[in-house]
Design a protein around this ligand. Structure first.
Ligand SMILES: Cc1cc2nc3c(=O)[nH]c(=O)nc-3n(C[C@H](O)[C@H](O)[C@H](O)COP(=O)(O)OP(=O)(O)OC[C@H]3O[C@@H](n4cnc5c(N)ncnc54)[C@H](O)[C@@H]3O)c2cc1C
Length: 487
């Protein structure tokens, strides 16, 4: 069997693995990175932007969020069910990491809040500027990291309770990698529908829509997850969390769950119903796609419909919309009507326009109780100026009368799947006994068990930021561990 001997061996060359390689390399360690695919960058090349608190950019724009305030918000949001020491380490380092990224050429153009009331913590990469992971990969090359592409890791090697390497495999066969420290940064379970179904009961691609090409096609030949590798080696389990939000299914995906051309479909003035033709939530909740996705998940066929009429469309077009996705720009410059036409020309029926509610029910499968639901909604607004069921804010109440109705079908859509491994604030992997496994570190989605059950869209840019920050911590700590072994 071929062999590689190194100080720090990293599994996965994505948003966590590459920063880990930089920090370990800069600390003087020999670094080898093993990546199962034929490219570096991981699932999203570092994403559109990163979460941080207390940055120069925030101060310039007079956003005064403090680390204390965000930490307290976070622990409240998660009911203290996540490791506060790890969360605080992440928050405390986040601003310095933005400066670190800038130092390596990442260009941030704006601060974005995902919805009105969300925090301006998403440091947005300038449109058209190089991907974060591409810039960092070049830095890691200079720091001496060696990349082994098309090489999947199959098993960790544990000797006397310490992780001392792993077995990888490329097209020529197996490779034994001996390392003083190993970092798992393999991106979470989001590509393995079989594993996620087994762990959560939810089937990616069926119960929840996914991006095209996101899933491994054949579970039998898919590379092992870093989570599986560590569990086999005695690591503690954390629950998996599907990072999901309400969205019109692909190919109509876009910012806030709707195509960039059709933001009308996520406005609070619309009416939202399930397949029974009944409202199930205040439409104002649409601003937070993750919360809305949770509500959709428990409806019949995990499906919902957003409906508005021509009068509302005219209002949106002439006086603007309440829920605007900040500085998020995606793709082409078709007008809304051109976009709708393109959609139908391609045979997609997730967005439809109907003359009457009867016609709408016919083409969507929504029960005809919709007609009564809309009548009652309109009557309550006209007679009492309120929403007696969900108490939607008065400024969002407008009767929906047609004659033209616009309707989009919403499902829950997954960005990825987080968690599985428990790490401490030094990114050490914790064993089932509650102690750190010597020589074994993890970072990024595999170790991201800090949200509880729902992604916090109020603090956007969070997952890539967690990956980059924990990658940096893992790289520093693994290099230190390797050095300490020598002395
Ligand atoms: C469309 C989209 C947009 C996004 N936008 C944002 C955003 O704006 N802000 C934000 O914070 N987050 C965003 N994210 C999420 C962000 O991309 C992820 O949180 C981040 O990439 C996770 O980093 P990671 O290193 O854990 O995993 P990845 O970046 O996915 O890297 C994991 C790597 O490990 C490799 N690997 C897996 N198994 C093995 C194995 N057995 N052996 C060897 N290699 C292996 C994989 O091939 C992959 O290259 C977005 C995600 C998507 C899909």
């Amino acid at each position: 069997m071929r062999s590689v001997i190194t100080d720090v061996a990293i599994i996965g060359a994505g948003a966590a693995g590459i920063p880990a390689a930089i920090e370990a390399g800069l600390a003087g360690a020999a670094v080898d990175v093993f990546e199962q695919s034929d490219h570096t960058g991981g699932s999203c090349n570092g994403g559109n932007g990163v979460f941080a608190v207390g940055t120069a950019m925030q101060k310039e724009k007079q956003f005064t969020y403090t680390k204390k305030e965000i930490l307290s918000y976070w622990m409240n949001y998660t009911h203290n069910m996540v490791d506060i020491r790890l969360v605080s380490e992440f928050i405390n380092r986040s601003a310095a990491t933005v400066e670190w990224l800038k130092g390596y050429g990442v260009e941030f153009s704006d601060l974005v809040a995902y919805y009105p009331g969300a925090m301006h913590v998403w440091h947005f990469r300038r449109d058209g500027s190089p991907f974060i992971t591409d810039l960092l990969k070049a830095v890691s090359d200079k720091a001496g990291a060696k990349y082994h592409l098309n090489t999947a890791v199959k098993n960790l090697i544990i000797k006397d309770g310490r992780c001392v390497g792993f077995i990888g495999e490329d097209s020529e066969g197996e490779i034994e990698v001996s390392a003083k420290a190993v970092i798992i940064a393999s991106g979470g379970a989001g590509k393995r529908a079989d594993f996620v179904k087994e762990q959560t009961g939810c089937e990616l691609g069926k119960d929840i829509t996914v991006f095209p090409g996101m899933l491994y096609e054949d579970a039998a030949t898919a590379p092992k997850l870093g989570i599986e590798l560590a569990w086999e080696a005695g690591a503690a389990h954390t629950k998996l969390m599907i990072d999901s939000f309400a969205s019109i299914p692909d190919p109509n995906f876009g910012p806030g769950g709707v195509p960039a051309q059709l933001p009308w479909f996520r406005q609070p003035q619309n009416i939202c119903v399930n397949l029974h033709g009944e409202r199930f939530i205040s439409e104002a909740e649409m601003k937070n796609g993750a919360f809305m996705g949770n509500a959709i998940a428990i409806q019949k066929q995990s499906t919902a419909f957003m409906i508005f009429d021509q009068a509302l469309r005219d209002k949106y077009d002439h006086t603007g919309m309440d829920y605007v996705m900040g500085n998020v720009h995606f793709m082409d410059d078709l007008t809304p009507d051109e976009y709708l036409k393109m959609n139908w020309d391609r045979g997609n029926r997730d967005i439809i326009v109907a003359e009457t509610l009867e016609e709408l029910c016919e083409s969507t499968g929504i029960d005809r109780s919709l007609i009564r639901t809309v009548e009652e909604y309109n009557q309550a607004i006209e007679a009492h100026g309120n929403d007696p069921i969900f108490h939607k804010e008065n400024e969002y109440l407008q009767p929906i009368k047609g004659p033209i109705y616009y309707c989009a079908k919403f499902r829950r859509h997954a960005y990825g799947v987080m968690g599985g491994l428990r790490i401490n604030h030094r990114a050490e992997v914790i064993s089932v006994d509650g102690d750190a496994i010597p020589g074994l570190y993890a970072a990024g989605n595999d170790a991201n068990a800090i949200y509880g059950d729902t992604y916090p869209f109020s603090l956007s840019g969070n997952t890539s930021s967690f990956a980059i920050n924990t990658g940096r911590i893992a790289g520093e700590q693994a290099a230190k561990f390797a050095k300490d072994l020598e002395s």
